[in-house]
Design a protein around this ligand. Structure first.
Ligand code: DI6
Ligand code: FE
Length: 413
């Protein structure tokens, strides 16, 4: 056999229990005695070992998984991974009794992250983000969504997106970017959101799109950020460029942001603690995924739970993500995110695991490519040292990853 073909070579994982996450195979899409064959970076077979076609039963590389479990690699579909500085000092001050207002007046809060982000070069932003990215990857993640939104001027928003794209060249990972200039109003536009959108958000979007930096357009729809009417202007701009949209909606109050997002056929609406049944139904009808973010709920010590029952009743798809950001969710673990989703939101095992695989892929518009173990998809495989899938959501601060495979390539831990 021609060894030059190694890069494109064939691999076979055998003696493996599969949680394929294929919906047609029942809860978790389990196949107890499974095998996965990979050619040229793509899954050519994921199913019962007994049904493995004979031409796939030998491969350049055969991996005996000794009965371990395999899932698709995990997907973090909502992060603010690229940013400057951190807000640990602010966290400390709050423990000592300081209020948000006092901290904001002292130059803290989101404005401090905007300043810290503006102060860094693309290379410095990349260097700051890499340890956070590596923490995710070590737990079997292979796809990460990264937002801009701490620049709040055109050059800095573009700089954040360039840094996000750069991550994909430095690590075995798939990065999807979201343009989030409508995250907060910068101080120089205080009280003038319409001007900020006209001067910065929309022209910045055109430029970022022209450079190929934008996979989707996001916004923060909230009393302290942008109204539904303001977000509609941003979404119109996205639509004109043929870009999909998503929205931070109903995090602190119910402004109807999720409904607005659904009316634009949004990929997802995220947070949603204050969503009502109407909004959940509108999302289900539009195929807009509900992305729940327990890290922010936990950090803010929120007590209003997202309406999980209403989402289930409407059959809205549910994904979960870290929301990794320096202010409200300094979280870089999807395993912990699953545990929090179960404990805080009472999501089931299947909802948790689908929420970081199949449904997260759907929330990013890449379900054709990844998110389940299925022939034809990218060979993005995570092998776990566990006896049962529930161990993935039950432990706190323990990492049972055995190996991660990205586009068919085995990545050393
Ligand atoms: N929702 C949040 O909770 C964060 N952004 C958002 O849209 C807050 C961001 C920060 O405080 O830095
Ligand atoms: Fe967020």
């Amino acid at each position: 056999m021609n060894r030059n073909a190694d890069m494109e070579g064939s691999s076979l994982w055998r003696n493996v229990r599969l949680a394929t996450l294929r919906e047609d195979l029942g809860p978790l899409g389990v196949i107890e005695k499974g095998a996965v064959a990979v050619r040229g970076g793509r899954i050519v077979y994921a199913g019962a070992a007994g049904d493995l076609p004979s031409d796939l039963s030998s491969a350049d590389q055969v991996i005996d998984c000794e009965g371990r479990w395999m899932t698709p690699t995990l997907i973090d579909c909502h992060t603010h991974l690229v940013h400057g500085g951190n807000r640990a000092r602010e966290f400390q001050l709050r423990l000592e009794g300081a209020t948000y207002e006092e901290i904001a007046r002292a130059g803290g809060g989101i404005v401090s992250t905007v300043q810290a982000t503006n102060a860094l070069s693309v290379e410095e932003l990349v260097a700051a983000a890499l340890p956070r990215l590596d923490a995710l990857l070590l737990e079997g993640v292979s796809t990460v969504e990264v937002k801009s939104g701490y620049g709040l001027n055109i050059d800095a928003e573009l700089k954040m997106l360039r840094a996000a794209r750069q991550l994909e060249r430095l690590r075995p990972v798939r990065i999807l970017t979201s343009y989030l200039a409508a995250h907060a109003t910068p101080p120089e536009y205080k009280g003038r959101n319409a001007h900020y959108i006209a001067d910065v958000v929309l022209p910045g979007l055109s430029r970022a799109h022209a450079e190929g930096l934008v996979d989707a357009v996001d916004g923060f729809c909230e009393g302290i950020a942008f109204s539904p009417a303001e977000m509609a202007r941003v979404f119109d701009g996205a639509r004109a460029l043929g870009l999909p949209v998503k929205l931070h909606a109903e995090q602190l109050s119910n402004l109807g942001g999720a409904k607005l997002a659904a009316s634009y056929g949004a990929l997802s609406a995220d947070h949603l603690e204050y969503l009502d049944a109407d909004g959940a139904a509108a999302m289900a009808k539009a195929g807009t995924v509900a992305v729940l973010l327990p890290g922010a709920f936990y950090t803010l010590r929120e007590t209003q739970l997202p309406p999980v029952e209403a989402l289930r009743a409407a059959q809205t798809r549910i994904a979960i993500a870290t929301d990794c950001n320096p202010g409200t969710s300094p979280l870089t673990s999807l395993l912990l995110t699953m545990n929090m989703s179960a404990t805080l939101f009472r999501l089931t095992l299947e909802e948790c695991l689908a929420g970081v695989t199949r449904e997260a892929a759907r929330a990013l518009g890449i379900l054709q490519e990844t998110g389940t173990l299925e022939a034809g998809k990218s060979a993005d495989l995570a092998v776990w040292n566990i006896e049962a899938p529930a161990e993935l959501i039950y432990r706190i601060g323990f990492n049972p990853l055995s190996e991660r495979v990205f586009k068919g390539e085995r990545i050393a831990r």
